[in-house]
Design a protein around this ligand. Structure first.
Ligand SMILES: Cc1cc2nc3c(=O)[nH]c(=O)nc-3n(C[C@H](O)[C@H](O)[C@H](O)COP(=O)(O)OP(=O)(O)OC[C@H]3O[C@@H](n4cnc5c(N)ncnc54)[C@H](O)[C@@H]3O)c2cc1C
Length: 489
């Protein structure tokens, strides 16, 4: 029987059974379709808002599988999604009716402790890479939740506990291997295809499928000091002012996050505080433990804490501190906005918005930027301008489909209201559903947008890779390709 599929332009079409069978026979990994064992599991992504049914899932196990899959998609004009760790908040790692190229089984990691490099395949998660690098007390700067895939994280930038000391994940990329839309296998580094490496550092999956990321490694751990303190929400204003003062002279070893939210209904917190507003401050010290204890101490003495979870711990554990707050299958809608400062007016708005969140699980996150990540010039990589001292992450996190609209609207409202404090720029790994299309891309990439379009024209003029933070090629006309999914988008 023919297989019903969706074309790159979104039309319905059909593939003959023999064509599908021949494709499956060329793959070393499995080719799954509805009804096959493993299909339901393979089609799931982390965000429970996203529920899509690919016509085919190619579970790639090698570069050859990736090349075969790309060629098959192009030759049959299929709508393609690419999946690394499956954590993309907008759900770009899956597709209705198209071909999903699933890289999550490509988990090779090779560490060279002498040269301080790691070669990493695209199905690897943060926790898996940390475990391998920490065997040598080395680390790649990655994100703050260990289940996230390194692939999407790095292609979008990559903000974590080491960002002010060692930069974004993408700043630490030395080279990549990649399969281009015409099925060619190329490398990009400072020596070859420099323009492509420039574009991959923040430009998303626009130019091809990365089959190997080579990172530079840094000495971190094995033990680190980690501060994580919950304070009463009533004191949020004073605490944020104090963190501003602290950050004015903080060393690059400290890359804090502050969160505004409501205290979880969890026995680790005093019962009388549960459900009440909190402000939490968290930071790792990327250096010696004893020094970290001293340098982080002021962040633990900003007021009388509700709970202080700070401790010396293995780096791999510090990287997991936030994991349990983000269960797979929960409902998530995350937006972001750079802001110019955290003055009293900005703080007042943030507190008000956080208190108005419809869900107890939602938070407004304050990422303190600067340091090494800000010393990379805006034109040095596709990621663009890093001059804003603060990135706001607006995280709507909730459980029930009936609450979709209220939560999505809350996050959109916060972003709209905070724009007055911004010179522009959002972080494309926290993009909502990218419903603003090219406007969001232009705003986020700034002056790099034009160069990215040129690169897209060169490598992917037909926009084979469009379900991503999409840079529209010139030939693709004015059609927006929505990547939205889930009820409320
Ligand atoms: C719980 C959670 C915590 C997070 N924490 C952080 C954080 O601390 N810091 C931060 O910066 N971000 C963070 N993020 C955002 C995260 O960086 C993005 O969601 C990222 O897209 C996840 O990558 P992935 O590989 O898991 O996603 P996927 O959904 O698998 O992939 C995302 C997209 O990347 C592209 N892609 C993936 N692999 C490849 C490849 N090999 N070649 C070409 N294109 C590819 C595709 O377009 C794909 O749609 C977090 C997300 C979640 C869900």
């Amino acid at each position: 029987m023919d297989l019903q599929v969706t074309t790159s332009g979104g039309a319905a079409s059909a593939l003959e059974e023999s064509v599908v069978r021949a494709f499956g026979a060329r793959l070393r990994g499995e080719l799954l379709q509805a009804g096959d064992e493993g299909y339901e599991e393979a089609r799931k992504v982390w965000n429970g808002m996203i529920d899509r049914r690919p016509a085919l899932i190619a579970c790639a196990s090698s570069v050859a599988d990736v090349i075969n899959s790309v060629n098959f998609a192009r030759e049959n004009d299929l709508l393609v999604a690419v999946r690394g760790g499956g954590h993309n908040v907008a759900g770009t790692g899956t597709v209705d009716g198209g071909l999903l190229i699933d890289l999550s089984r490509m988990k090779g990691i090779k560490i060279d402790p002498e040269r301080r490099t790691a070669h990493v395949e695209p199905g690897v998660t943060i926790g898996e890479l940390d475990k391998k690098t920490q065997a040598f007390s080395l680390a790649v700067p990655l994100g703050v939740v260990s289940e996230t895939g390194i692939a999407g994280l790095t292609l979008g930038g990559g903000l974590g506990w080491l960002r002010r000391k060692h930069g974004l994940s993408s700043d630490n990329l030395l080279s990549v291997d990649l399969v281009t839309p015409d099925g060619k296998f190329v490398s990009a580094s400072e020596e070859v295809n420099q323009d492509l490496l420039w574009g991959i550092k923040g430009g998303g999956g626009n130019f091809g499928i990365v089959t190997c990321f080579e990172y530079g490694l840094h000495a971190v751990g094995p033990e680190v000091m980690f501060a994580f303190v919950f304070y009463p929400g009533e004191q949020a204003r004073e605490i944020l002012r104090s963190v501003n003062e602290y950050m004015a002279q903080a060393p690059d070893e400290v890359s804090p996050l502050a969160f505004l939210g409501r205290v979880p209904h969890d026995e680790t917190f005093p019962e009388e505080r549960q459900g009440e507003p909190f402000i939490a401050v968290a930071a790792m010290f990327a250096g010696e433990v004893e020094e970290g204890e001293k340098v982080l101490r002021p962040l633990r003495e900003l007021a009388v804490p509700i709970v202080d979870f700070s401790a010396t711990m293995p780096y791999v554990e510090a990287q997991k501190v936030l994991d349990e707050d983000y269960p797979a299958g929960g409902r998530y809608y995350w937006k972001s906005q750079n802001v110019n400062d955290l003055g009293d007016e900005t703080i007042a708005y943030l507190i008000e918005h956080a208190e108005a969140a419809p869900s107890d699980h939602s938070t407004i996150d304050i990422w303190y930027q600067g340091g090494a990540m800000a010393r990379v010039g805006a034109s040095e990589s596709a990621f663009g301008d890093r001059s804003a001292p603060i990135l706001l992450g607006i995280e709507a996190n909730w459980d029930e489909p009936r609450d979709d609209e209220a939560n999505v609207e809350w996050a959109r409202g916060v972003v709209a209201s905070m724009r007055r404090f911004s010179s522009g720029g959002a972080y494309l790994n926290f993009p909502g559903f990218m419903e603003e299309g090219q406007r969001l891309m232009r705003d986020s990439y700034g002056e790099n947008y034009g160069r990215l379009v040129e690169l897209k024209d060169e490598y992917d003029p037909d926009n084979l890779f469009r379900l991503n933070q999409n840079i529209r090629p010139t030939a693709d006309g004015s059609v927006e390709h929505p990547v939205t999914g889930g009820g409320a988008a």
